[in-house]
Write a protein that binds this ligand. Structure first.
Ligand code: C2E
Ligand code: MG
Ligand code: MG
Length: 395
């Protein structure tokens, strides 16, 4: 059993504690359980969990107080809330935790389902080693970073789905840890100043790849994520244009995706750089819309031409009428402002039907393709075309 993976389960129901503990031990966690808040606080100190599953309704203290107490303790462990309460209440508790500096990673709806529980527990398993700054610096130097691509497709009103492009998503091919996902190293790169070098690698390799695909007859466009920390380099638009020119791809085929511009120290400088990117005909997309990271005011203050609805919303569309209402409003708002909309996290075909009806322009998600190595992209795109059946047959 693992010593690094320590799960603390807080719930007043003994059968739930037993159930979660049994599943977690099978997955590879060492488990501690608490059936009241005081015991949970004691275990935070003694057991130092690497993951917490927290029931919001405890008899001795309500969930909001527990969250506040956890924040006071300053735990960095990811926290999952498990509850049968209204999803809106859960979301506001999550926000509360986030604003107090806690690492809230989501909610588990009660009654708990075995596949959901197993999936989150496996997803949070920490490998023997967390990447360090030294590792990451070496990764950049030794070319261990690779780029995966996820298809994007336009929705046609006749029921067709047309692949139009890909988003570049960085991966780290670590010699010991295997393929490491960006959520585990982008913030490390940002904190250590390595994000500039990382982004240069991603831009160079993905633009060359785009050029190669276009040479083979795949008329694709490319989206690349840019850390908001990098939007202070006045030369960036020129360097990017030069990179496009040397790869013989028109600027209009590259979209820069960015979040959190509101949090930037110098909005004037940001606007200057973003506007120059648009003037040079690059696309500009506001990523993760619908989370705390992207806000409405950025839509009219910055020259975006697309918004991307966050996967957390996209993944809920088949199940939640509230998510559908919010999404419909975002799409209308975007269209009224002259922007197009791409929805991420599309995993269900019912979601595609809804999005088409709501007039969403573009989709991205596991249903049409997961992020994959570049060699697999042509086949994946052909499969999207094959499965896209127009609903209205022409006579
Ligand atoms: P993002 O830009 O919002 O990218 C979309 C993320 O959603 C990707 O996660 C993708 O795998 C995931 N996703 C897409 N469709 C689905 C779906 O249907 N279901 C589910 N469950 N997930 C889906 P990934 O690759 O782990 O990337 C996470 C984040 O890391 C990205 O979010 C982006 O913010 C950041 N990132 C990735 N590459 C780069 C990069 O080169 N530079 C910077 N600065 N950030 C990057
Ligand atoms: Mg993105
Ligand atoms: Mg996104």
């Amino acid at each position: 059993m693992s010593d690094i993976n320590r799960l603390l389960v807080v719930d007043d129901q003994a059968d739930i504690l037993d159930f979660v503990a049994t599943v977690a031990e099978l997955v590879g966690y060492r488990v501690a359980t608490a059936d009241n808040a005081q015991r949970a606080f004691a275990l935070l100190r003694e057991f130092d969990p690497s993951l917490v599953i927290l029931d919001l309704q405890m008899p001795d203290m309500d969930g909001v107080e527990v969250i506040r107490e956890f924040a006071t303790y300053g735990t960095r462990a990811p926290i999952l809330i498990s509850s049968g309460m209204d999803p809106r209440v859960l979301t506001s508790v999550e926000q509360l935790g986030l604003t107090q500096g806690l690492n809230m990673i989501g909610t588990l709806q009660k009654p708990l389902s075995l596949p959901d529980l197993e999936a989150v527990l496996k997803g949070q398993l920490v490998n023997a080693q967390e990447p360090t700054e030294r590792d990451l610096r070496q990764a950049v130097e030794k070319d261990e970073l690779t780029v995966y691509y996820q298809p994007q497709a336009d929705l046609l009103l006749d029921g067709g789905v047309v692949p139009v492009g890909v988003e570049a998503l960085v991966r780290w091919n670590h010699p010991v840890l295997g393929l490491v996902m960006p959520d585990r190293f982008i913030s490390l790169a940002e904190q250590t100043g390595l994000i500039g070098a990382l982004t240069d690698c991603v831009l160079k390799s993905s633009i060359a790849q785009l050029s190669a695909w276009r040479g083979q007859g795949h008329k694709l466009s490319l989206a690349v994520n840019l850390s908001p920390l990098l939007v202070k380099d006045l030369d960036f638009p020129d360097r990017l244009s030069e990179l496009m020119r040397s790869n013989k791809v028109p600027n209009s085929e590259l979209t820069i995706e960015i979040t959190e511009t509101a949090a930037l120290e110098d909005p004037g400088l940001t606007r200057d750089i973003l506007t120059r990117l648009r003037v040079k005909n690059f696309g500009l997309s506001l990523d993760d819309f619908g989370t705390g990271h992207s806000s409405l005011t950025q839509l009219y203050k910055m020259p975006f031409n697309e918004i991307k609805i966050d996967r957390s919303l996209g993944m809920e569309l088949h199940a939640s009428s509230e998510a559908r209402t919010i999404t419909r409003s975002i799409i209308d708002l975007a269209h009224n402002l002259g922007l197009t909309v791409c929805t991420e996290g599309v995993e269900q075909s019912a979601t595609v039907d809804f999005l088409r009806e709501a007039k969403c322009d573009r989709i991205q998600g596991y249903l049409i393709g997961r992020p994959m190595a570049p060699a697999l992209i042509p086949t994946a795109l052909a499969r999207i075309v094959e499965h896209s059946r127009p609903r209205v047959a022409t006579a």
